[in-house]
Design a protein around this ligand. Structure first.
Ligand code: SF4
Ligand code: SF4
Length: 348
């Protein structure tokens, strides 16, 4: 999977935005860069899906549609994540949805939660959702993240849409649910539910009581399924490990620029990096603990508790002291990674 972070300009500036998008930011990928990176990675790895996200991807107008059509022509399914700021009337919603389908978009994700509300009315989501019905999408999802204080939750959305039976994508443990019901029109309609986390801009705007915490921090001691396997193309033209945090410019998660270098060689090089492999194999929570245990100078800090694995990851990769101590003790880290991979190999 490749996520194309088309632009960091957004029609909103949500307080929980993990990638710091806003109307003031101006990063933007050219059509040429998007298609070159997609073609290169598809040839080498066979992309199963390309996700167009941002910022707000529809601000890219024609180049977004051309990039979607480019993937469609190569048989690569596409998904777009949008805040639906364009759905200001039923007419506008229908027009955008049809234009996206005609370009070949397969999956539509509409983002809705409390932090979008100061910028985008929930009515936009309702209009976009209704306009998407019967248009031939593979699936349409409302992506909703929430916490204990949230107004916009899966139950709220079901009530507002008057559709009490919309399935959720994840169960209470965060595992993908099966099977997904396909509606009569051939599309799957669902809620892609997740919990709020304090990363990116949320570090300043999301409070302790806005978050659900796992009953035990040991639940965060897990491998990251996205690092390496699910890279993102940042608006700056850098290939990064994931779209979970703003990774461009980060010493560990930024794999390098792909404007002048071959994207697949940059990805291959990154796949050899010890810390990227360690995040992928033993996970950032364990690595942060390891960094603290190995740090004689006591400069590596951790939060009292974490709500998610990505919170721990952001704390890890933003601390040069933690990275330095892990690289210095690469043999210890390497042993843990090897032991984990061996255990997995035995199980399979
Ligand atoms: S969360 Fe989404 S809609 Fe909000 S600022 Fe970030 S990219 Fe824009
Ligand atoms: S754990 Fe780190 S690498 Fe994995 S998705 Fe979260 S931020 Fe990205």
């Amino acid at each position: 999977m490749l996520t194309v972070l088309t632009t960091n300009t957004c029609t909103a500036a949500c307080g929980h935005c993990t990638v710091h998008s806003s109307p003031q930011r101006r990063g933007r990928l050219s059509l040429e860069t998007m298609t070159r990176v997609i073609d290169d990675l598809h040839e080498v790895s066979g992309l199963q899906v390309v996700v167009f996200a941002g910022g707000e991807p529809t601000l890219m107008k024609g180049s977004l549609l051309d990039a979607i059509a480019h993937c469609d022509a190569r048989g690569i399914p596409t998904r777009m994540v949008t805040n639906a700021s364009w759905a200001t009337s039923d007419y506008a919603a229908r027009k955008m949805v049809r234009t996206l389908r005609e370009a070949g978009l397969a999956e539509l994700n509409l983002s809705a939660d409390d932090f979008h509300l100061p910028f985008i009315s929930f009515d936009n989501i309702v209009r976009a959702w209704r306009a998407s019905k019967g248009q031939g999408f593979l699936n349409v999802a409302i992506a909703n993240c929430y916490g204990p204080q949230s107004k916009i939750t899966p139950d709220f959305i079901r009530r507002e849409l008057n559709e009490p039976d919309i399935e959720v994508r994840f169960d209470d443990q965060g595992s993908q649910t099966q099977p997904r019901a396909v509606s009569k029109d051939g599309s799957t309609y669902m809620l892609s539910n997740g919990l709020l986390q304090r990363i990116g801009r949320a570090r300043e705007h999301v409070g302790d009581d806005d978050l659900f915490y796992p009953s035990s921090q040991a639940q965060l001691d897990m491998a990251c399924p996205w690092a390496i396997r699910s890279a993102a193309l940042a608006p700056s033209g850098h290939l990064v490990a994931c779209c979970g945090i703003e990774a461009a410019g980060n010493e560990v998660l930024d794999f390098g620029e792909v404007l002048t270098q071959s994207p697949s060689s940059v990805a291959r090089e990154a796949a050899l990096d010890l810390l990227v492999n360690a995040i992928s194999a033993i996970g950032p929570y364990r690595l942060l603990q390891l960094a603290q245990a190995l740090d004689r100078s006591r400069t590596v800090t951790t939060r009292e508790r974490y709500a998610s694995m990505c919170e721990a990851c952001e704390d890890l990769v933003r601390q040069p002291a933690a990275i330095a101590v892990l690289r210095k003790h690469s043999v210890v880290v390497g042993r843990e990674v090897a032991a984990k991979l061996e255990r997995e190999a035995c199980l399979t």
